[in-house]
Design a protein around this ligand. Structure first.
Ligand SMILES: *Cc1c(COP(=O)(O)O)cnc(C)c1O
Length: 358
């Protein structure tokens, strides 16, 4: 077996949930576990966040796994029904459904349920992804109130720029304007809004990324937010090359040695989920020291500078991200976000997840 592994620290996940609860104060916490819990493995993650008030995912198949893992609180399907049949599965599993388009309303109207369902009516307040226009909300609420298949309504929206300088003001104002007349439960905050805007907490918050110990912000580190990294992507040095000034490393020649160098070859590449676009200079932790990557990442391998890391040898441990290197730093050096890098690990079938506690 290759030495590459992703350790998943479940106590860090539990710790981050407790921190979220503290920040959320009296709001209920809907832990977002979509994309296989952002790459961390759904069922194991469910066990670590059992004390969440709810879990949000996308599919019935995921909901079945979550119920099997013993979770009895609220489960929300973030994109709602994909087919008319799904509603009977949702009924059986006691799921909450996002309602965001007319077809889903039709499914809801046409079904004959024994147990009515909680719906989260999604309002498009400016992100222009999912949701009904604000001017349809009165009409929709009136109809949902009269629908025997509906047991409760939560009003929700999603922010496009909670992590950026634009913030949430425009969208939150819009949301408040259309929802103020109703005494209904509401839910708007992702991780960024939860951390930065107390006025967005409302009844439910929906944190994702911060549960996994990464930051939703470009300019505020995970450490500053006090969350602990849950995933550590680790491998080993499998070869060492001593190269001369002027020589290149790996494919292409985008890295030319400015002096004689000692290079480590690490068993981890873009085929495993490490970003191919990571620039030379991306931090990486090798044998107890922070050094940098060099050259272009290969499918199965990447290259590190060992010139000032003379104790490192074949078999030395390498951390691509985890407790020493934040996934956010690797993302920044690769033109992407920590979200994508974490998700890519579960998308890769080549990295075994190994669960640890503490
Ligand atoms: C993914 C998602 C979240 C969680 O967002 P984070 O930035 O990871 O906290 C919340 N709400 C909705 C609707 C989402 O799709």
């Amino acid at each position: 077996m290759r030495p590459l592994k992703a350790y998943i620290n479940l106590s860090a996940l539990t710790f981050n949930l407790q921190l979220v609860k503290k920040i959320a104060k009296n709001s209920k916490v809907m832990a977002v576990l979509k994309a296989n819990a952002y790459g961390h493995g759904l069922e194991e993650s469910v066990k670590a966040i059992k004390s969440a008030d709810g879990i949000a995912i996308l599919t019935i198949e995921e909901a079945i796994k979550i119920r099997k893992a013993g979770f009895e609180n609220t489960i929300l399907l973030l994109e709602g029904l994909f087919t008319g049949e799904d509603i009977y599965e949702a009924e059986k599993l006691n799921l909450n459904l996002v309602l965001h388009n007319d077809l889903q309303i039709e499914y809801l109207n046409q079904a004959t349920l024994k147990t009515p369902i909680n719906v989260h009516l999604k309002i498009n307040t400016g992100m222009n992804r999912l949701g009904f226009p604000p001017d349809q909300v009165d009409y929709l609420i009136e109809n949902l109130n009269a629908n025997p298949n509906v047991s409760g309504i939560t009003l929700m929206t999603h922010f496009a720029t909670a992590d950026e300088k634009e913030g949430i003001e425009k969208q939150l104002n819009c949301f408040n304007q259309v929802t103020n007349n109703y005494n209904l439960s509401s839910s708007v905050a992702n991780s960024a809004a939860l951390c930065k805007f107390p006025e967005a907490r409302l009844d439910w918050v929906r944190p994702g990324i911060m549960l996994y110990g990464a930051s939703p912000f470009e300019d505020i580190s995970a450490k500053k937010l006090d969350v602990k990294p849950v995933m550590s992507l680790v491998s080993k040095i499998i070869a060492i090359q001593d190269i001369k000034k002027g020589q290149s490393v790996g494919y292409g020649d985008n890295f030319i040695a400015k002096e004689d160098m000692r290079i480590g070859i690490v068993a981890c590449g873009y085929g495993d989920g490490y970003p191919r676009h990571a620039k030379t200079g991306t931090p990486i932790f090798v044998h107890q020291k922070i050094t940098t990557t060099i050259g272009r990442v290969s499918m199965d391998m990447l290259y590190v500078d060992l010139s000032r890391n003379t104790e490192a040898k074949i078999g030395s441990k390498v951390e691509m991200w985890g407790n020493h290197i934040s996934v956010d730093e690797v993302a920044k050096n690769s033109g992407t976000v920590g979200y994508e890098l974490l998700c890519n690990i579960s998308a890769s079938t080549r990295v075994p997840l190994e669960y640890i506690d503490g």
